[in-house]
Design a protein. Structure first.
Length: 423
């Protein structure tokens, strides 16, 4: 058995997302196929990156007989090689979150069957920890393999890795005048605002959240951003969708505030020109230093069919901030699974496991209000332990997190590929 496997990517000349920031063990095991190696003569891995999940939910593209079906990008030679056991197919969705759809996965299974491709040779890398569980519920006999992998979390895990990424760190953080050692020192006391709420793209749930903060009297205690109040990935978001979300979740009292959102919102912008996903690897240290805790508005909120966090939740932990998360059910559970400590009992985190987005949001607002009261009263019995946990998390992020992520999420990929390639 060779100590490495060659891979071929559907995006020629590009490193697949799950390999871009991978640790040495995975990068040394799975290497690009040299031009002089013929795939018909060796075992290899074919990687199909999916960078836009809209391809999954276009009705025409969900038909496995359609030319727009996403697996149609797998060359016929690769389909044949998987069928005879010469190749392994990796569907790399590690840089996107995908909701479960029985119709979609029924199409995937039928397509694989029509090409006689063994399901056990298909690996799906994705961020949504609910995806494989929901699939197993509906397809208990299937042998498709799901492994969790988070491209954006893996990328920020490397920011403070002193061995691999010192030069990259200096380029990433905004203030070029500070040395690396100064970045490693504990941040100065937070004195300007109680909370920091970085929003970037004004998605409807973020517009609703800021309106709810305003109604609760919390916005005046919050530094918050929206980048130009437009969506880098498309047209400007109007308030109509946010109004419908407010009504769906039962927050009708803020309907008027959401409708007039662009008239009253007065956010500041951080000091980066990047937008959208290009912000993932950027940290403006100043805004963290001017606030005590982060209110993270994640990429989406759900009622349990999406279970993930992104780099948005990790950055405050790197920067010595306590945090509360407006996102999916179980977000803080994932944070703990990643090796960090969360902030209970000093912050009431019971909101995190409430399955209903409406109930979770209401409970989250109550937790934010209680923390604001503790900050304004300088309650050392609460703030002292929060700062200790925050310092622990920052040390863990800088000293251990990159290697811990490699062990937990990359070693299983290597193990799967070794086992399958031996068979």
């Amino acid at each position: 058995m060779s100590d490495r496997l060659f891979y071929v990517s559907a995006e020629a000349g590009k490193t697949p997302p799950f390999l871009r920031f991978a640790g040495e063990r995975l990068r040394n095991f799975l290497v690009p196929k040299p031009q002089d190696v013929v795939t018909a003569e060796v075992s290899y891995v074919f990687v199909l990156p999916v960078s836009d999940t809209r391809v999954f939910f276009d009705e025409a593209a969900m038909d496995e007989t359609s030319e727009r079906f996403f697996l149609s990008h797998v060359p016929m030679s690769v389909r044949d090689d998987v069928a005879v056991g010469r190749s392994i197919l990796i569907i790399d969705i590690s840089n996107e979150g995908i909701y479960y759809s029985k119709k979609l996965f029924d199409s995937i299974c039928r397509w694989l069957s029509s090409h006689r491709m063994e399901e056990r040779r298909i690996l799906i890398l994705n961020q949504n920890r609910s995806l494989g569980k929901l699939f197993a519920r509906d397809f208990p006999e299937s042998r498709l393999v799901f492994l969790d992998y988070d491209y954006f979390i893996r990328s920020v895990s490397c920011l403070f890795d002193p061995v691999r990424f010192e030069p990259f760190l200096i380029q990433t953080l905004r203030n070029q005048d500070l040395t690396l050692e100064q970045y490693r020192r504990p941040l100065s006391p937070k004195t300007s605002s109680a909370f920091l709420c970085l929003n970037a793209t004004p998605r409807p749930h973020r517009m609703l959240f800021v309106a709810l903060l305003k109604e609760a009297g919390l916005l005046s205690s919050t530094l918050y951003t929206f980048h130009g109040l437009s969506n880098q990935k498309g047209a400007q978001f109007g308030p109509e969708t946010a109004v419908r979300l407010a009504q769906k979740l039962g927050f009708t009292s803020v309907t008027e505030a959401v409708e007039s959102f662009y008239g009253w919102v007065s956010s500041f912008e951080d000091r980066f020109s990047e937008r959208g996903n290009d912000l993932a690897m950027r940290i403006d240290t100043d805004v963290y230093d001017r606030s005590f805790a982060s209110l993270v508005t994640e990429t989406e909120i759900s009622d349990g069919d999406m279970t993930r966090v992104t780099e948005k939740t990790l950055k405050p932990l790197f920067m010595e901030h306590p945090l509360l998360v407006f996102g999916n059910v179980g977000s803080l559970r994932i944070v703990r699974d990643l090796g960090f400590q969360t902030f209970s009992p000093y912050i009431d985190e019971s909101y995190d496991e409430l399955p209903s987005a409406a109930q979770r949001t209401a409970a989250l607002l109550r937790s934010i209000s209680r923390l604001r009261d503790s900050i304004e009263s300088a309650d050392s019995a609460v703030l002292g332990p929060l700062q200790e946990i925050a310092r622990h998390n920052s040390r863990f992020a800088r000293e251990c997190f990159s290697s811990e992520y490699e062990i937990k999420y990359e070693f299983p990929i290597v193990r799967f590929l070794r086992e399958i390639s031996l068979q």
